[in-house]
Ligand binder design. Structure first.
Ligand code: HEM
Length: 399
């Protein structure tokens, strides 16, 4: 049966947020893609098992032996382009991964998140303040919010947030298209710019000890890491924490409006709606792994050295696991989804991301209890992936 997006009437075929999921979910759970020379895995249970399998390495940029790309995803990886990115603990396994992950994990403890909450509330209040007739969810809210949060998390002064947003996008592009010289040049410029502000922040006496850079400075003084590790972890947090969250906030508002669930974003259902929105259309649609030994999954043998794309977004639409997978359901009380991954690389910032999204949606609904789109969402294809560039909303007066 051909699945149809229930909200497609509102989306042009070019930017239909569901199209990729539906196309993938119609196929088998595990698929060999011969043109690209990769395995594509879309089944929820299969993706979960592979994410937990220690034979599947996250160091795919270092190990994958393919150099193909189809214009929408580079399978070359950032190996050739920058040592800083290659050192990201997200792209390492075992001790090297855990050593750096453990250093910044205290930033995301329940206690730290509770202390962070008032700052996020305040930042969102300030962003929404003075917007009476309309606002752009992307430009006015999600971009300044998620870059402002990363700035504070690292311990940098607030005025750096705007640059972090730009650099975050340019560093992310390195992962999609490091075969394009202009992308490599912009990505490297961003990393050098970030290096400059990291050095300045490390030299500031008022750098908080419990901030990201504060923790890294202490580890360097203790001889546990070197300067290159500091830049690597800082740039990973900018990459992993900025665009993921800002893109997701835009998607969440858009999906809720399509499904006519605006008011459910506030109130007591706020947290469970955020989980359903993460399942429905997440911002990290896929992650890659390379097999370090032969692995059997779903009746297929993945050979040592082969690259595997684990399609988190499509797996979250698996009809074997979720009833009516293509519907955004207010009453769905999901216990698990793969938007934040699974296993040893499970998103370190999941708690922070949830907090940011819950707060911003709650405050938006408290401000305007009914809204409508001012114009159609502006979507651009960014290396093949539809990215929301602008989403203007305005209040509908009901009170
Ligand atoms: C890893 C999703 C927000 C920091 C991941 C992974 C996913 C993900 C799927 C797993 C990558 C893999 O297995 O290869 C998301 C989504 C977010 C979000 C959908 C927002 C809606 C954040 C935030 C931060 C963050 C706000 C921190 C400020 C990280 C880090 C990793 C990671 C450091 C690497 C973990 C490791 O390799 O051990 N994220 N993320 N993320 N995320 Fe997030």
């Amino acid at each position: 049966m051909i699945r149809k997006c229930p909200y497609a009437a509102e989306s042009s075929p070019q930017d239909d947020p569901c199209a990729d999921y539906l196309r993938l979910s119609e196929g088998p759970a595990v698929l060999r893609e011969d043109v690209l020379d990769v395995w594509v895995v879309t089944g929820f249970n299969e993706v979960t098992a592979l994410l937990r399998n220690p034979a599947m390495s996250s160091a795919w940029p270092a190990h994958a032996n393919t150099t193909l790309h189809d214009g929408s995803i580079s399978l070359e990886g950032p190996t050739r382009t920058d040592d800083t990115v290659r050192r990201w603990f997200m792209f390492n396994d075992g001790d090297q991964h855990m050593k750096l992950r453990r250093l910044v994990a205290p930033l995301f403890s329940a206690q730290q998140l509770a202390a962070f909450q008032p700052h996020i509330e305040d930042l969102v209040t300030r962003l929404l303040d003075g917007k009476h007739d309309r606002l752009d969810i992307v430009k006015d809210v999600s971009v300044p919010l998620s870059s402002g949060v990363i700035c504070r998390l690292l311990g940098m002064p607030g005025e750096v947030a705007r640059s972090l947003a730009e650099w975050g996008q340019d560093i992310a592009a390195l992962l999609y298209a490091d075969y394009l010289p202009e992308v490599v040049e912009r990505g490297h410029r961003a990393l050098r710019g970030l290096e400059g502000v990291v050095r300045e922040a490390l030299a500031r006496p008022e750098l908080p000890d419990d901030s990201g850079l504060g923790l890294l400075r202490r580890a360097r003084l203790a001889g546990e890491i070197d300067e290159r590790d500091i830049l690597s972890v800082a740039s990973l947090l900018v990459y992993a924490g900025f665009e993921t969250t800002s893109v997701f906030i835009g998607k969440a508002v858009r999906s809720a409006l399509h499904a006519d669930l605006w008011s459910q974003l506030g109130g007591p259902g706020n947290a469970s709606m955020v989980e359903e929105l993460l399942r429905f259309d997440t911002s990290v649609r896929q992650v890659a792994r390379v097999a370090m030994s032969d692995v059997v999954i779903g009746g297929h043998r993945i050979a040592e050295g082969e690259l595997v794309l684990l399609m988190l977004g499509a797996a979250n639409r698996d009809g074997e696991v979720f009833d009516e997978p293509d519907h955004l359901l207010e009453e769905r009380r999901i216990r698990r989804h793969l938007a934040f991954g699974q296993g040893p690389h499970y998103c370190l910032g999941a708690g922070l991301a949830r907090l940011e999204v819950q707060i911003v949606l709650r405050q938006l609904v408290a401000k305007w209890d009914a809204v409508e789109l001012v114009t159609a969402p502006v979507v651009k294809r960014h290396f093949g992936v539809p990215v929301l560039e602008s989403l203007e909303i305005r209040p509908v007066r009901t009170r």
